[in-house]
Design a protein around this ligand. Sequence first.
Ligand code: FES
Length: 171
Amino acid sequence: MKNCTCKSTKPAFPELEPVLKKYAKQKGSLITILQKTQDIYGYLPEAAMLHIAARTGVASAKIYGVATFYTQFRLKPVGKYIVMLCAGTACHVNGAAEIEEAISGHLSVANGETTADEIFTLNVVACLGCCSLAPVMMIKGPEGEETFGNLTKDSAVKILGEIALREEVAS
Ligand code: FES
């Protein structure tokens, strides 16, 4: 990454200002800053990481290293809805792989990818903590998170179809 060269006195990332004001000078708060940045933008834009480097004094290479080391961080934009399909043990033995195949086929994306219309991002994740409902997916959207359990290939595809329809009607 190149170093930030912005000279403007106006904050380059106004949404980040409250976070930087609170944490920029606090030692050991880089992960917190990156988490909050991702909460705001849905991912970690490169320009935002450079801005964080300039404001915190942490080398941009270190920030990039942390962002790429932890799987919780995303470096690419994501869809409006993040589909987190559990592949933990209980979900795996109850058919999570088949459900992933059905969702991938329905959305035409692989794990980690975003649909062309930027509505869905598919993320296959570790245990979501509700194994009694296996197989499970959680969908994180503008209205919050919703968990769907006892999935089948058909029910998973149907849930995504209903969301897509809602989006189509709203647009
Ligand atoms: S293994 Fe899927 S919720 Fe625990």
